[in-house]
Ligand binder design. Structure first.
Ligand code: KIV
Ligand code: ZN
Length: 555
């Protein structure tokens, strides 16, 4: 909520505000979008975005005009802190938010990370349900109220925009919830969030709760209510919309509904429902919906979380008509079977092909169209890879270009960076012997192993080099386009010591693509272990080199 006009929602009430001057919560026609893909979305199992990837996503979210970007939880780890700090410094045209428990250390960390934001928000949360208070927090209701006051007051001493979330609100006693929210408002909270933390609520019931809370708190003009729904029962979108009907004016969610367990409310679904059924809701948003599809693709590629083809709004089949009767209807009049237009969500099928004669300018334009915003150095690196690819296969499709970017530009984990160098292979009587060479901090590491096939042998050799022995949870090879000269893109998910990590690798040689994907996943495994302060179990390698330091577990 940038450069807000007088008494804009979420802005702290001012001393000269005459009571009743601004519209009450439900009279405001504007719905604000709070994107938590980088915080709650990143908590999804197996998702481990690095700093460059997060910055890239934040830039694209701002370009799509989400109102608020929750960039992370600064107190969670030094890595999270520096991501929030970088995004706060670099990304303009959106409020940048950092999550904090009501603890002093968390709030100070969030305030510090957000110091250079154009517009920053501290998001403090504390659970209010009997279950959470008794078993998780081990706090009495009175202690929760006191702690809410302390936390919000401290956050407000740093920033004028403070959001308070009553975690597990949907399973809380509504009267207690109202009491806690009143305290939060008195202490200076400007946004009050009603989360359905475990995706338990039903739309009708949730709408009643939201209405009761909004009326009961009777917050001053300028304070807005927010909803944060999880999708455990597939009701997150319905619950968010029900809350909007009750007067809530901020919707929290993620792109592609990415998030822990069943995920979060999918922003693309909520915004397109508000837009498609404007006749019913009569509300406005500022989101540029034509950016939804490119942003969805970008997030899917960088996170490794595949978008199902039938996913509403952004799935590959969201606008595909297979049945003859439907095709006939759409050709006669589009509205017979289409309630939204593909172009309104940026999902246009036109595939543009660049070739060896395409210049840097055309390449940069295409990257921007695909939703990437790279600096000059990254463009130079990507352009070189693109030219090399054109030498091998004459032309590059959008899929090829996206694969180059995610494989070569964003896969880099500066501290834990094994790099693929080469492989060689001999096949004898059905068994394959593969030698793989990687580099680590400039030093070459090489080993070989035997397997039933080339990928198995290559992976066994890599395991010897990198000294971890993760479980291969998933392995896929996809074509980057439908053309016969498409590159192969390998996608790998590894797990070890409770950590899941994905990796991508692309090449015209699918063994090379497979090796790159595995090495990329190993790098992410080590990086995630460092962030979570988990020591990954290493095994003795045959080359006498040390693997990247894996930190000791927290005391
Ligand atoms: O699900 C939840 O309750 C949360 C809060 C931190 C808002 O993510
Ligand atoms: Zn959540």
């Amino acid at each position: 909520m940038n450069k807000t006009p007088k008494n804009a929602p979420g802005e702290a009430p001012r001393a000269d505000d005459a009571p009743g001057e601004a519209p009450r919560a439900w009279e405001n026609p504007r719905v604000y979008f709070f994107d938590t893909t980088l915080r709650d979305g990143e908590q999804a199992a197996g998702v481990n975005l690095n700093a460059g990837e997060k910055l890239q996503i934040a830039r694209q979210l701002a370009k799509m005009r989400v109102d608020v970007i929750e960039a992370g939880f600064p107190a969670a780890s030094p890595g999270d802190f520096s991501c929030v700090q970088t995004i706060a410094r670099e990304v303009r045209n959106a409020t940048i938010c950092g999550l904090a428990r009501t603890l002093e250390g968390d709030i100070r960390a969030a305030a510090q990370a957000l110091a250079s934001a154009e517009n920053g928000r501290i998001h403090v949360f504390l659970a209010t349900s009997p279950l959470h208070m008794e078993y998780k927090l081990k706090m009495t209701p009175q202690e929760v109220m006191d702690q809410t006051r302390r936390g919000v007051l401290l956050a407000r001493s740093f920033l004028p925009e403070v959001e308070f979330s009553a975690e597990d609100a949907s399973r809380s006693d509504p009267d207690f919830l109202i009491k806690v929210f009143k305290i939060a408002v008195e202490a200076g909270a400007t946004i009050l969030n009603i989360p359905d933390t475990v995706g338990y609520a039903l739309p009708e019931e949730f709408q009643k709760l939201c209405r009761r809370v909004i009326e009961g708190v009777a917050a001053p003009p300028g304070v807005i209510f927010s909803v944060h729904a999880h999708n455990d029962l597939g009701l997150a979108t319905a619950n968010s919309l029900a809350a909007v009907r009750a007067g809530v004016r901020q919707v929290e969610g993620t792109i592609n509904g990415m998030g822990e367990r069943g995920g979060n409310s999918a922003i693309e679904e909520v915004v397109m429902t508000l837009r498609t059924r404007a006749d019913y809701f009569g509300l406005e948003t500022n989101l540029d919906t034509r950016r939804l599809y490119p942003v969805s693709r970008l997030i899917s590629r960088l996170s490794g979380v595949v978008v199902p083809p039938n996913k509403p709004v952004v799935g590959a089949n969201a606008f595909a008509h297979e049945a003859g009767i439907h095709q006939h209807g759409v050709l006669a009049k589009r509205e017979t079977y289409e309630i939204m237009r593909a172009e309104d969500v940026g999902s246009t099928p036109a595939v543009m092909v660049l070739g060896k004669h395409s210049g840097r300018h055309a390449f940069r334009d295409r990257l921007e169209h695909l939703g990437y915003n790279l600096d000059d150095e990254q463009i130079t690196q990507a352009f070189e890879s693109f030219k090399k690819l054109c030498d091998e296969k004459k032309e590059a499709t959008d899929g090829d270009i996206e694969a180059i970017i995610s494989d070569e530009i964003f896969s880099v984990q500066p501290e834990f960076h094994y790099e693929f160098k080469s492989y060689s292979m001999t096949v004898d009587k059905g068994s394959t012997d593969c030698r793989v060479t990687l580099t680590l901090n400039g030093a070459e590491l090489s080993d070989s192993a035997v397997g039933n096939g080339p990928v198995e042998a290559a992976y066994a050799a890599i395991k010897k080099i990198v000294k971890v022995h993760p479980r291969l949870e998933n392995f896929k090879i996809l074509a980057t386009s439908e053309r016969s000269n498409a590159m192969g893109e390998a996608q790998v998910i590894l797990s070890q010591d409770g950590i899941k990590a994905h990796g991508n690798g692309a090449s015209t040689d699918i063994i090379k693509a497979s090796v790159r994907a595995y090495v990329n996943a190993v790098n992410r495994l080590y990086a995630t272990a460092a962030v979570r302060k988990i020591a990954v179990t290493t095994m003795g390698g045959s080359n006498g080199q040390s693997p990247p330091e894996s930190p000791a577990p927290e005391a």
